[in-house]
Structure formats: structure tokens, C-alpha cells
Write a protein that binds this ligand. Structure first.
Ligand SMILES: *[C@@H]1O[C@H](CO)[C@@H](O)[C@H](O)[C@H]1NC(C)=O
Ligand SMILES: *[C@@H]1O[C@H](CO)[C@@H](O)[C@H](O)[C@H]1NC(C)=O
Ligand SMILES: *[C@@H]1O[C@H](CO)[C@@H](O)[C@H](O)[C@H]1NC(C)=O
Ligand SMILES: *[C@@H]1O[C@H](CO)[C@@H](O)[C@H](O)[C@H]1NC(C)=O
Ligand SMILES: *[C@@H]1O[C@H](CO)[C@@H](O)[C@H](O)[C@H]1NC(C)=O
Ligand SMILES: *[C@@H]1O[C@H](CO)[C@@H](O)[C@H](O)[C@H]1NC(C)=O
Ligand SMILES: *[C@@H]1O[C@H](CO)[C@@H](O)[C@H](O)[C@H]1NC(C)=O
Ligand SMILES: *[C@@H]1O[C@H](CO)[C@@H](O)[C@H](O)[C@H]1NC(C)=O
Length: 293
């Protein structure tokens, strides 16, 4: 009993040590029996699971799974399993890890679940990037969070960045943090990691975490320097524009444009470009047209 407790403490410590944002998670070990597998460590940053084994087994099988039952298995011949770092597994729903020795009854399962009262974690977390490098994230307090709950946002733009706390919280009418404004956000190729935890005088508040691909949440500014030149005769119109500003696109070919040409309220032309044009020539258009991007 004492030993099991010792292991729980050790595990807890390692979880604390190795999670990039020190998420408040507890671990539950499945069996109480003696097992040749001990001293299990999970390094969430590198997605490496390691352990000590009192016997030399030739093979181990590791499984990682979250609540949505997406499981990834790997088989190894030494006590180290590497899961793909691209898994981007949020932890707030719980993560299950199993180490098995094939062809034996030896296995060890760990469950990581967020600590705290159910329903206390934030809900409806969402972020947008706008005006090139500004970002807003917003959320709602958990339905069962105590009245004095305060929330805090931490994030990492990529795996190797340091974690940062929100600098400018958006507060709700009760003075509770309900969002965050960010400046000088760079859109990296890796997914950004967000974690919102909370505190309350008398209860432990569950955290929420999510990985987001920032380019997907960007609200692009309209194309720049749009010039429409309608000469009024049969030559038609020429429309010229430049790609919108953004913090991330090196390749201007990534943009798609839509041009709607309207006469009063009626759309008379609608174009969607899959490729690069930043100029188009339209023939036989009546003058006094409106352009919508
Ligand atoms: C929230 O998470 C951050 C980053 O891991 C940590 O420094 C902080 O102590 C946590 N706060 C609470 C209330 O758990
Ligand atoms: C396992 O094998 C290694 C070398 O193959 C050896 O040094 C070690 O003592 C062995 N351990 C056990 C517990 O048998
Ligand atoms: C595995 O099986 C052996 C005998 O087949 C048994 O003695 C042992 O208790 C079992 N261990 C576990 C962890 O179930
Ligand atoms: C909290 O929710 C989890 C998952 O839905 C459930 O397994 C657990 O029993 C709940 N705990 C309490 C104290 O209600
Ligand atoms: C989150 O959004 C859903 C759908 O809009 C809504 O039903 C729910 O009440 C929201 N949660 C909170 C805590 O406000
Ligand atoms: C967008 O950014 C520019 C330059 O940083 C600033 O002048 C402008 O006020 C910003 N617009 C909005 C809507 O925040
Ligand atoms: C971002 O948050 C600020 C402050 O709450 C708000 O004025 C602005 O409209 C928000 N922008 C977007 C795009 O949500
Ligand atoms: C518009 O097109 C006409 C005819 O091609 C050209 O002479 C004129 O310079 C153009 N004006 C602008 C602002 O590009």
C-alpha cells in the first residue's frame, strides 16, 4: 500500500514536471498488484513514455488513447515508447496510457483525468486573429463553477516556445476573466496550445486545453489597393488588387479571391479564383457597378 502511494507521488511529480503547461491532472493506476513495470514517466513535450522493468522483456506494446477513443499503438523492444508529437492531444478530456508485454498477462494502465469539480472548466472557447497580428480568445465560465472562480489563460505558440500568460484579459460584468486580447501574434506552422485553468477559494477548478492551427482562425483583411478602371466604352473594366497583409503567408499563391460584381442589388458576375490572379479584365459591363470581396 505504502509502495503504491509512493508510486502515485512519483508519477504525480513527473506529470507535473513534464507537462509543458503543468496541467492539473491526476493519475489513476489500474491494478494494485506488483508489476515488473515501475517508475513510469510521460514526457508530454516529446511524447515519450519511459519506465523501468525488473525483468528483461523482448517486446512491449504501448497505447495512448483519449476520450474520443482515438488510440495510437507502438511496439518497442526497450522500455521507451515514442508517440507522434503531431498527436496534439488535449488533456482536459482525459488520456489513457497502457504498457503491455505481449504474450503475457503483464500490463499497466494509467488514466490521466483533470482534477477539480465537474462543470467548473470553461466552455465555448474560441479564438480569432484579425487585423494581421491581433488575436481575441473568449470563453464562458463553467456552469457549475463557484461564484468566486477566476480563470487564467496560458498559451504556447509552438512546442518549443515558452508558455506565456495572457497580458490583457477581457472581463465579464462580474470582473471574471472571460477572454484575452493578444498583440503581435505570429502565425506559425505548428499548432498553438491554449490552456485555461482557474482558481476558487473552496474548490479545485478543472482546466480546459486545446490545440489550434492559427491560420484557420484568421479573419483576413480585404485585398489591398483595389483599382477599378472602367473606361465606359466597349473596352470594359480592369480590376487590379494586391494580396491582403497577413503575418504568415510566404506564398501569395495560397490566397483565393472572390469577386462579386453587382448592379444595384443584383449580382451579375461572380468569380472565385483558385489561383493567383491579382488582375482581371471584364468585358461588356455596364458602368456603375459595386464590388464585394
Ligand atoms: C495554471 O497553469 C499555469 C501554467 O501551468 C500555472 O503556472 C498556474 O499555477 C496554474 N494556476 C492554477 C490556479 O492552477
Ligand atoms: C537486462 O539485460 C541487460 C543487458 O542485456 C543486463 O545488463 C541487465 O542486468 C538485465 N536485467 C535484468 C533485470 O535481468
Ligand atoms: C499472471 O499469470 C500468472 C500465472 O499464469 C499469475 O501467477 C500472476 O498472478 C498473473 N499476474 C497478473 C498481474 O495477473
Ligand atoms: C465527472 O465526470 C466524469 C466524466 O464525465 C465522470 O466519470 C465522473 O464520475 C464525474 N465525477 C463526479 C464527481 O461527478
Ligand atoms: C456554450 O454554447 C452553447 C451553444 O451556443 C450554449 O448552449 C451553452 O450554454 C454555452 N455554455 C455556457 C457555459 O454558456
Ligand atoms: C489595425 O491595426 C492598425 C495598425 O496596427 C491600427 O491602426 C488599426 O486601428 C487596427 N484596427 C483595428 C480594427 O483594430
Ligand atoms: C476583440 O476584442 C475587443 C475587446 O473586447 C473587441 O473590441 C473586438 O471587437 C474584438 N474583435 C474581434 C474580431 O472579435
Ligand atoms: C484606365 O484605363 C485607361 C485606358 O486603358 C488608361 O488610359 C488610364 O490610365 C487608366 N487609369 C488608371 C487609373 O489606371
Amino acid at each position: 500500500m505504502f509502495d503504491t502511494l509512493g508510486l502515485i507521488c512519483v508519477m504525480w511529480w513527473y506529470m507535473m514536471l513534464f507537462h509543458p503547461l503543468h496541467a492539473d491532472i491526476q493519475y489513476i493506476e489500474s491494478e494494485a498488484q506488483e508489476s515488473p513495470i515501475a517508475n513510469v514517466k510521460m514526457n508530454w513535450k516529446n511524447m515519450e513514455l519511459t519506465w523501468d522493468s525488473s525483468k528483461n522483456f523482448s517486446k512491449y506494446k504501448c497505447t495512448i488513447m483519449d476520450r474520443d477513443i482515438e488510440s495510437i499503438q507502438t511496439e518497442v523492444d526497450s522500455p521507451l515508447c515514442r508517440f507522434p508529437v503531431e498527436l496534439y492531444l488535449p488533456l482536459h478530456k482525459g488520456v489513457f496510457l497502457t504498457i503491455e508485454v505481449p504474450n503475457t498477462n503483464i500490463s499497466k494502465t494509467f488514466t490521466f483525468i483533470p482534477r477539480g469539480i465537474n462543470g467548473s472548466a470553461i466552455e465555448n472557447f474560441s479564438c480569432v486573429i484579425y487585423n494581421i497580428s491581433l488575436m481575441n480568445c473568449t470563453w464562458q465560465a463553467g456552469k457549475d463553477a463557484p461564484g468566486d472562480t477566476q480563470y487564467f489563460l496560458y498559451w504556447k505558440n509552438s512546442r518549443y516556445d515558452d508558455e506565456m500568460e495572457c497580458e490583457l484579459y477581457i472581463k465579464d460584468e462580474n470582473g471574471r476573466n472571460a477572454g484575452c486580447r493578444f498583440q503581435n501574434v505570429r502565425i506559425e506552422t505548428e499548432k498553438a496550445y491554449f490552456l485555461v485553468n482557474g482558481s476558487s477559494k473552496d474548490s479545485l477548478i478543472q482546466f480546459y486545453d486545446e490545440y489550434i492551427e492559427l491560420y484557420k482562425i484568421e479573419i483576413l483583411t480585404p485585398p489591398l489597393n483595389v483599382i477599378v478602371n472602367c473606361t465606359g466604352d466597349s473596352a470594359g473594366c480592369i480590376i487590379i488588387w494586391q494580396a491582403p497583409l497577413t503575418s504568415h503567408v510566404e506564398n501569395i499563391k495560397c490566397f483565393q479571391y472572390e469577386i462579386s460584381i453587382q448592379n444595384k442589388v443584383k449580382t451579375i458576375y461572380w468569380f472565385v479564383f483558385e489561383t493567383i490572379p491579382t488582375c482581371m479584365h471584364i468585358y461588356n459591363v455596364q458602368t456603375s457597378v459595386a464590388f464585394v470581396y
